[in-house]
Write a protein that binds this ligand. Structure first.
Ligand code: NIG
Length: 403
């Protein structure tokens, strides 16, 4: 089955050349993109969709979420808006509610959140464990997530549960808990922050998870200056996420990881992506991550929703893009790139064509996965120009229309 989407007014490919095509068309053949070019040159296909001059771009790649949870933290949010400061302790509230939920309810809640993300144009999703915090519940969260989302990250190191000795807990995270989640996850993460895990504890967890074959990411420098970024660089982590409080040395260290990378050809060694989470920054009243400074320093960045019940209860990548433009001083094209190609880079999914079965996501090129969204607007600039307006018109995921 082939589908021709034609009469696309502006197509942001996010390919190696960052091509923006006017009056463009795309052809999907099954789950892959088989042709891109000028609408006037497009080949025939089984099905023809007229985009009506709308803007097209890759589906969003949301590389940082915490979607496996039950319960509600409205009261905590209200208290924060009234002046209370966010602290990691709220994680325990969600952990209690998540443990109490049945498999059926947890799965239903997760599916609802994924459907909401899809409806907003997200076509590739990572999610984390981290609200189970004992062997059985972490394994359950990982198993449920693996059946629903594209990438699952082990975040047993989210918080030390009340009443548990921190060193005993680190041993659990590195031992029986890791063994139990291992069949379901490809990434490991650690919340390296005051009130969560120290740099030494984080180092031990990252080392053990790396040795078990997992890719690494770090929650770092969210609530204050700390060692998260330096740790992520030391371990060659795929991403360090939050990055609200950076020193010059942190910026330099991140930039150094990208010195051997050529974004044009994609050749060289990938560095550590700095993942900015603007919806979280606003909801916790933290300083916005310095996305502009990171880009200017040569660091590849991603934008992600960080959807979770405590600090960022939104699946909207469009909202993140809007905020990045209006408040972090990214151009629309930079923000869209960070929310598509940047997310793919953070998940090591920006390459791959045709025969390896793992087609690239986050950019539109022949052989890449057929994930595309059309906006109800003639140009992507409307994402920031018309803030808060739901602009998703149509979404294709793996070649199938889902919106
Ligand atoms: O990314 N920083 C740690 N984890 C989440 C918050 C989790 C919560 O408060 O429930 C975050 O912001």
């Amino acid at each position: 089955m082939s589908t021709l989407i034609t009469n696309i007014g502006e197509l942001l490919t996010q390919d190696r050349e960052q091509a923006v095509l006017k009056d463009a068309a795309v052809v999907f053949e099954g789950e892959r993109i088989s042709w891109i070019g000028a609408a006037s040159d497009a080949p025939a296909a089984d099905e023809r969709v007229d985009a009506g001059g709308r803007a097209g771009l890759p589906g969003w790649v949301d590389s940082h979420t915490h979607l496996v949870f039950a319960g509600d933290r409205t009261a905590e949010f209200e208290a924060r808006m009234a002046g209370e400061v966010y602290a990691a302790g709220g994680i325990a509230v969600t952990t209690n509610a998540t443990r109490a939920a049945s498999d059926y309810d947890l799965t239903r809640l997760l599916l609802g959140r994924v459907a909401e993300a899809n409806a907003g144009g997200t076509t590739y999703l990572e999610t984390k464990t981290g609200y189970g915090l004992d062997v059985g519940h972490e394994a359950r969260s990982a198993r449920i997530a693996a059946g629903v989302v594209d990438e699952v990250t082990y975040l047993g190191a989210h918080l030390v549960p009340a009443g548990v000795d921190p060193e005993d807990y680190v041993r659990l995270v590195c031992g029986p808990m890791l063994d139990a989640v291992r069949p379901f996850v490809t990434w490991a993460d650690v919340f390296c922050e005051r009130g969560a895990f120290t740099a030494e504890q984080s180092r031990e967890i990252l080392r053990t998870c790396r040795d078990s074959g997992l890719g690494l990411r770090v929650h770092g420098n969210q609530l204050g200056h700390g060692e998260g970024v330096q740790l992520a660089v030391e371990f060659g982590a795929a991403s360090v996420d939050h990055v609200n409080h950076l020193t010059g040395a942190d910026l330099d260290a991140l930039a150094g990881t990208w010195s051997g990378w050529d974004p044009g050809s994609g050749s060289g060694v990938r560095g550590t992506v700095a993942t900015c989470l603007p919806a979280c920054d606003l909801s916790t009243r933290q300083p916005l991550a310095p996305g502009r400074e990171l880009l200017d320093a040569g660091v590849e960045i991603a934008l992600a929703s960080n959807c979770n019940p405590g600090t960022s209860y939104t699946t909207s990548m469009a909202y993140c893009v809007t905020t990045a433009v209006l408040q972090m001083r990214l151009s629309v094209h930079e923000a869209v790139r960070a929310a598509t190609f940047g997310g793919a880079l953070a998940l090591h999914r920006e390459t791959g064509v045709d025969d390896d079965g793992l087609r690239a996501v986050g950019s539109l090129a022949v052989g890449h996965r057929a994930d595309l969204q059309l906006l109800n607007a003639p140009a992507a600039t409307h994402l920031a120009y018309r803030p808060g307006v739901p602009l998703t018109h149509a979404v294709w995921k793996q070649g199938a229309r889902i919106v």
